[in-house]
Design a protein. Structure first.
Length: 166
């Protein structure tokens, strides 16, 4: 866990993909133009599972696959949805992709393996770290850096994932 987070992280114990989907849906409901979410965790932790549930709640229709080979895939939902997976590239290669267009655009950016490009992320962003703690159990740490992400974490800590129907 990073030491310089702002505010208190939200620690979520997921007992199966449906629990992870509830957290993803809460965040999709909170998303606004320019929202940036970084996802980290080992292979098979559930980054893509999270992304798929997030996209569904955002109103994206059709299949959201891991964009490992394409790096960036764009979808249309309530807001444009930019799904990125930087697993196969270096920071230097990422710098040539023009990611700022996405991060500072009108859509929502979700980055799998965000730690590779941490220094390229906008300072305000949400970071999600998924740890495999059992076959179906995951410990998910949600940290806010800047606004509105700190408020999201406070709200999650106060009310949990079931109260964000907006
Ligand atoms: N609690 C859970 N949360 C998310 N995924 C889970 C959970 N339990 C089991 N899984 C399974 O783990 C796998 C995660 O794969 P994936 O999302 O592709 O991982 P990643 O993108 O992190 O490599 C999926 O098959 C999913 O169904
Ligand atoms: Mg993946």
């Amino acid at each position: 866990m990073e030491a310089n987070h702002d505010g208190k992280p939200f620690i979520y114990r997921s007992c199966g993909p449906e629990d992870t989907a509830l957290l993803a849906a809460w965040l999709a409901n909170a998303a606004v133009p320019g929202t940036v979410i970084g996802l980290d965790g080992d292979l098979g932790a559930g980054k893509t599972a999270f992304s798929q549930a997030f996209a569904k709640q955002l109103g994206v229709r059709g299949i959201v696959n891991s964009p490992t080979f394409t790096i960036i895939k764009e979808y249309e939902g309530r807001l444009p949805f930019y799904h990125m997976d930087v697993y196969r590239i270096s920071l230097e290669e990422a710098e040539d992709l023009g990611l700022d267009e996405y991060f500072y655009g009108d859509g929502v950016s979700l980055v799998e393996w965000a730690q590779i490009i941490t220094e390229m992320l906008p300072k305000p962003h949400l970071h999600i770290f998924i740890e495999t703690t059992g076959p179906d159990e995951r410990k998910i740490t949600v940290e806010g850096f800047g606004d509105p992400y700190i408020k999201w974490c406070s709200s999650l800590n106060e009310n949990g994932v079931l109260h964000n129907e907006s």
